[in-house]
Design a protein around this ligand. Structure first.
Ligand code: AMP
Ligand code: GLY
Length: 424
């Protein structure tokens, strides 16, 4: 079976690596892929911002299955278009993807279906922001409605700051179209959790939960990023909590989307804050998380392809995934300056030495390959991921590997999973 994976990040490297292990996969393409993916798949050029480009590529390659990594192609309707043409594709339609592509849609959906989430106000103008602000305590979370690659959320310490940020977003200066509408939100405190399921539009198959580290700096400081590292353990949540999340959040979301005529197939990613009032939904993504997918797939023992096909064919079941009892952690190595402006084209040293560390798998994100050497080509460069019988060892292995890798300006957080390790 020929599989085409769309995307070019660490998540897509992990998807390619795992899908290749399926005995039914005979050929795997990745569009456009990256320097590391090129070792495991045939990378083919494509513009993931253009539906026409993806259609032309699939027409040429004739894959038996297309797996969409990032959100943008889903927002453009790649699943709708491929399905219309009779091509098999894993992921949600454009309408279902609104759970991620419009934060106001997600908030109103949650409200309609009585699913716990932070208090909010949707604002289309500075006047609406001014009228809404008195109803909030500080800090206030200001979110751009549209897609902003993890950079559309600002936690404002004062109402003045919230007003300034919201108005900058609304003016289009900060994030373009994505900020034409903003959501103001109550600030929630607690531990964050990423809980993902695969759905066939009706049933769900849970993945193991993970925790991302969104801020760029140690101790959760500095601006938000796409994610600087993640971990997963068998005890990150207990069975009772998993069942609660399935019963009160994931299944009601899937049922609600079906009732509203926008059946959700594919990966439903729920970002949660585990507050003193119970779990609350922070956001949805309609795809695998990056970097959560890297450690999650290191623990997956069953066939990912089978679970994807079950989703497409409407036969998802609870037990579609089998997991190891190991823990896994991923440390993201980023370019100097990320999440702001950064330089690319730096030579990466030590990859082979790092890969020797027991239990380590290095997923490439922003890399390209020239004359046998890897060079940086993006903000998040590598997802150095390790598996071990316990979290402490997994984290240590990931950091041992990071210490062997060098490139000009490289930085990474030194405290991935540190809070979980302290609790043990
Ligand atoms: P989102 O894209 O909505 O998940 O927001 C990105 C990140 O901002 C989250 O992962 C949280 O770290 C933070 N965040 C979002 N909403 C809230 C909230 N209501 N309270 C506290 N932190 C939040
Ligand atoms: N790690 C957060 C995301 O994938 O959006």
């Amino acid at each position: 079976m020929k599989v085409l994976v769309i995307g070019s990040g660490g998540r897509e490297h992990a998807l390619v690596w795992k899908l290749r292990q399926s005995p039914r996969v005979t050929k795997i393409y990745c569009a456009p892929g990256n320097g590391g993916i090129a070792d495991e798949a045939e990378c083919v050029a494509a513009d993931v911002k253009s539906l026409d480009s993806m259609v032309a590529l699939a027409h040429q390659l004739q894959p038996d299955l297309t797996v969409v990594g990032p959100e943008l192609p889903l927002m453009l309707g790649v699943v709708d278009e491929f399905t219309r043409r009779g091509w098999r594709v894993f992921g949600p339609t454009q309408a279902a993807a609104q759970l991620e592509t419009s934060k106001s849609f997600a908030k109103e959906f949650l409200h309609r279906h009585h699913i716990p989430t932070a208090h909010y106000a949707i604002c289309d103008s500075p006047e609406q922001v001014r009228d809404a602000l008195p109803h909030f305590h500080t800090p206030i979370v200001v979110k751009a409605d549209g897609l902003a690659a993890g950079k559309g959320v600002v936690i404002a310490k004062s109402k003045d700051e919230a007003s300034t940020v919201a108005n900058q977003m609304l003016s289009g200066r900060m994030l373009g179209e994505a900020g034409a509408r903003v959501v103001l939100e109550e600030f929630l405190e607690g531990d964050e959790l990423s809980f993902l399921v695969v759905s066939d539009g009706e049933r769900v198959a849970p993945l193991v939960a993970a925790q991302d580290h969104k801020r760029v700096g140690n101790g959760d400081t500095g601006p938000n990023t796409g994610g600087m590292g993640a971990y997963t353990t068998p005890t990150i949540i207990d069975d009772q909590m998993r069942d609660w999340l399935l019963a009160h959040i994931m299944r009601p979301v899937v049922a609600g989307m079906k009732d509203e005529g926008a059946e959700f197939k594919g990966v439903l990613y729920c970002g949660l804050m585990m507050t003193a009032r119970g779990p609350m939904v922070l956001e949805f993504n309609c795809r695998f998380g990056d970097p959560e997918t890297q450690p999650i797939l290191l623990r997956l023992e069953s066939d990912l392809l089978e679970a994807m096909e079950a989703s497409i064919d409407g036969r998802t079941s609870d037990g579609d995934f089998k997991w190891s009892n190991d823990s896994a952690a991923c440390v993201v190595m980023a370019s100097g300056g990320y999440p702001g402006a950064y330089e690319a084209g730096k030579k990466i040293n030590g990859l082979a030495e790092a890969a020797q560390v027991e239990g380590v798998k290095i997923f490439h994100a922003g890399t390209s390959k020239r004359d046998e050497y890897s060079y940086t080509s993006g903000g998040r460069v590598l997802g150095v991921t390790a598996r071990a019988a316990d979290l402490e060892t997994a984290v240590q292995r990931a950091y041992d590997a990071c210490a062997r890798i060098g490139f000009d300006g490289a930085h990474y957080r030194k405290d991935i999973a540190a809070r979980a390790l302290k609790k043990d």
